[in-house]
Design a protein around this ligand. Structure first.
Ligand SMILES: CC(C)(COP(=O)(O)OP(=O)(O)OC[C@H]1O[C@@H](n2cnc3c(N)ncnc32)[C@H](O)[C@@H]1OP(=O)(O)O)[C@@H](O)C(=O)NCCC(=O)NCCS
Length: 167
């Protein structure tokens, strides 16, 4: 696959069902489609999608189509700082820099709006996501006991962002 076939753009209303699918298909959550739609409508400015820019092709084990959503990030403003409500990349497109790119894009949007601190919660057991966030400079802040509906603890991570984020 050529990464040049992927671009990141602002999410629009017609992306919402794809965002819901990627969110629910990749993140262990009890968020309903309606919860995700509420977040989207409250913070649309901070939602971005990674999409194809090519016509139909088969370079993974299924066909993908132009402008098909392969990842998203959903940002929000919470208590005066940026917050990552959700981020996911389709399994077939992970480990290619798409997640990092999505976080960089939403962080730039936060910064442009004057928010230089970003927080997020991650499941204590989610070692993959934890490595991802730590590689991108997020620092462990504190634990919220039984944060998730199934009783798992969340680790809150945060990062101070600046204009000169390296690639
Ligand atoms: C977490 C997630 C968004 C990462 O997206 P991605 O596109 O695969 O990440 P990238 O390719 O941009 O990775 C950036 C860096 O993190 C590392 N990384 C990413 N996922 C990793 C994993 N599971 N294990 C170890 N390292 C990982 C990459 O190796 C890369 O490191 P490098 O800069 O040294 O090369 C993706 O794995 C995903 O959608 N997971 C399921 C949903 C989820 O867990 N969301 C977060 C919790 S809400």
């Amino acid at each position: 696959m050529s990464e040049q076939r992927i671009k990141i753009r602002k999410a629009v209303e017609t992306d919402l069902s794809d965002i819901v699918n990627v969110w629910k298909g990749n993140i262990k959550t009890i968020n309903t489609a309606s919860d995700i739609a509420d977040l989207f409508h409250s913070f649309e400015k901070y939602f971005f999608v990674a999409v194809y820019t090519d016509t139909a092709h088969k370079d993974t084990n299924r066909e993908w189509f132009e402008d098909e959503v392969i990842g998203f990030v959903g940002g929000a403003i919470r208590r005066g700082h940026g917050h990552i409500s959700g981020i996911a990349v389709d399994r077939e497109y992970r480990m290619k820099g798409v997640g990092k790119w999505l976080l960089q894009v939403v962080s730039a949007e936060f910064l442009a709006d004057g928010f230089d601190r970003v927080t997020l919660e991650v499941r204590k057991s989610d070692t993959g996501a934890i490595t991802f966030y730590e590689k991108l400079g997020y620092k462990r802040s504190y634990i919220v006991k039984r944060y998730y509906a199934d009783g798992e603890d969340a680790i809150v991570y945060e990062k101070k962002i600046c204009a000169q984020e390296e690639d």
